[in-house]
Design a protein around this ligand. Structure first.
Ligand SMILES: Nc1nc2c(ncn2[C@@H]2O[C@H](COP(=O)(O)OP(=O)(O)OP(=O)(O)O)[C@@H](O)[C@H]2O)c(=O)[nH]1
Ligand SMILES: [Mg+2]
Length: 321
């Protein structure tokens, strides 16, 4: 009698959304899993504005990760768009990874009394009705001095929702990512890969170039300024000889006073933004690029859905998602 071959477990593939309130580390985790800096991450909340698919795969599985904007109380049309994008990203997926920061606690008493903040609860409450099973991912555990204090935190969370699993991680050090892989892989449906395994993300280079400019803006400008900026790519030309990309982009701001701040004294600030973005784009494409930035006032664009749509932030119409 021939021995049964049990070594070949079936290939698994599916969609996995990364959700949570702003700044919990969704984009950083996507980059760590994909193994490339495809998503923009920054120290500021509300960095991500649009969905991005990142392909995370191994020999036996492919998880199509959906990076989403942070779920928050949205006041402006731009913020409402972002929250809608997040919920669209978590709709119809096979699994949701709900990210929440592991709280930094000093003693057992504080840990026993700890409960999640309103923002974290609200993000979870927004995602539960979408119906996908949810894994809770407690992020940034490298910042904790007392790891044992995570245990009461985990029990508090498990009393709130029947999570599939609760996994503590630190995306910046790689801690917990192997456990996360096992948890995710085990919950993906059997099936063939959805994307060519060589693919890193679903967005084109033009989109990534715009994001790299926004990343530089989030890194270099302070206060509210990054939130008033949008970037459109006016032209993207691949030059043969010498081989390089020539990119023209517009940085849109909401008011005249902001234009002066983005340009900076003698053009210093916009030069720094351009230099930083140019390096990041070249890293992504593997060839040099020329980047020409213009700053333009598109008055109050964050409050006007029509202007937002022109800058690339359009709500899908009808059944499109
Ligand atoms: N110490 C530490 N910092 C982290 C870790 N993961 C993310 N961060 C930091 O947390 C900040 C926010 O990270 P992002 O990945 O941009 O967070 P996000 O959830 O995508 O934020 P939004 O797009 O604004 O919703 C950045 O400064 C990251 O470097 C981690 O594992 N450890
Ligand atoms: Mg993000």
């Amino acid at each position: 009698m021939a021995a049964l071959d049990t070594s070949a477990s079936p290939f698994r593939a599916g969609m996995v959304a990364l959700c949570g309130r702003p700044n919990v580390g969704k984009s950083t985790l996507l980059n760590a899993l994909v193994g490339s800096e495809v998503a923009v991450a920054s120290r500021l909340p509300q960095t991500t504005r649009q969905r991005l698919l990142g392909i995370w795969g191994g020999d036996a599985f492919q998880a199509v990760l959906v990076d989403t904007p942070g779920i928050h109380r949205a006041r402006s049309p731009l913020n409402r768009y972002m929250v809608d994008e997040a919920l669209r990203g978590a709709t119809g997926v096979d699994l949701v990874l709900m990210l929440a920061e592991a709280p930094i606690l000093e003693d057992a008493e504080a840990a026993a009394a700890w409960t999640p903040g309103e923002g974290a609860r609200a993000a979870l409450d927004a995602v539960i009705p979408l119906g996908a099973p949810i894994v809770l991912v407690l992020t940034k555990v490298d910042r904790l001095r007392h790891r044992e204090l995570l245990l009461p935190v985990i029990s508090t969370w498990s009393a709130i929702h029947p999570f599939e699993a609760i996994v503590p991680i630190a995306a910046t050090t790689g801690e917990g990512l192997e456990t996360l892989r096992e948890v995710v892989q085990g919950r993906l449906p059997e099936g063939e890969a959805l994307y060519d395994p060589e693919t890193l993300s679903d967005r084109d280079l033009r989109w990534h170039a715009g994001e790299r400019v926004r990343e530089a803006i989030f890194a270099l400008l302070s206060d509210e300024l990054p939130y008033s900026c949008a970037v459109t790519i006016e032209s993207f030309r691949e030059q043969r000889r010498p081989a390089k990309d020539v990119i023209r982009a517009i940085v849109h701001v909401e008011r005249e006073s902001q234009k002066a701040m983005v340009i900076g004294k003698g053009g210093q600030t916009i030069r720094e933004i351009s230099m930083r973005a140019r390096q990041a784009i070249a890293e992504l494409t593997g060839r040099p690029c020329d980047l020409f930035l213009t700053v333009k006032v598109t008055r109050n664009w964050t409050r006007d859905p029509e202007l937002m749509a022109r800058l690339g932030y359009h709500q899908p119409v009808g059944g499109e998602s």
